[in-house]
Design a protein around this ligand. Sequence first.
Ligand code: F6P
Length: 289
Amino acid sequence: MKVLVLTSGGDAPGMNKFLTEVYKKCKDLYFAYAGFTGLVNGEIYPFKDVFDARLTNCAGSMIKSSRCPEFKQARVFNKALKNAKDFDVVIILGGNGSEKGAKRLYENGVNTIFVPGTIDNDVDDCSYSIGFSTAVKEGVYTVENTMPSIVAFNNACLFEVMGRESAEICKTVAKQVDADYIVADKPDYEELKNVVLKRYIKNESACIIVRENICPIDEMAKKLNELLGMDIVKTQIVGRTQRGGAPTAEELSMAKKYAQEVCHCINSKVFGVRILADKEYKIVTKEFK
Ligand code: F6P
């Protein structure tokens, strides 16, 4: 079978492991360079030309990724559709937006298989998307490597983690570091001030985890310091280390399981599906919603 794979949206640690595992079983594998953009432009090449075993356990995507908002336009979509129809199967690894693209291609006659690959862990009905464990690990690592310096000055710190509109990373990091407070939504400055003060009067330091896209954390810290009447609230953005960090063992194991299920679907000719992790992290196959 002639199989095409692409990675789309924010790259996620574990994507390379997934690709390697699929390639082990599908030798007639091709890739679209940088996601839907490559599919639209016909930048499609044999996977063997880009495969590098040394990258298997590294973050990133050896076939590159991109965001392709133009894909929604009929003219652009039709170009992608024409190229996708050259393949028996198209595997799409990405987040919510990529899933919509996969579904649309399927509805137009392409045998697509969608796999959740996003650090945000916000794919519907899915408890684990490839990249999440590493993103959390990097968040925890940053907190643990920053707090000793914060503690040394009796300061407090706001840590901003990625996750787009999803609070999954924020909440999981906060739980793992036993944070004092989570800002997953609109900040309550009075409450935040009290969290910081409660620690400060005992010569201790508050650790606060903030989801990105709420309000710039420097602004948040400025406002808090004004309320406190002292300059003790510092900031640290975890940022792209969450995407670039070395995949955890759990990541590699989940990526492999996803790949095995995809290969199983290909062999059984099951298409038009989303491969998901259930509550127990068991990999299941469901039809597009
Ligand atoms: O979707 C993954 C993600 O890392 C989000 O957590 C974040 O909001 C976004 O991508 C950042 O995107 P970009 O790297 O394109 O700025």
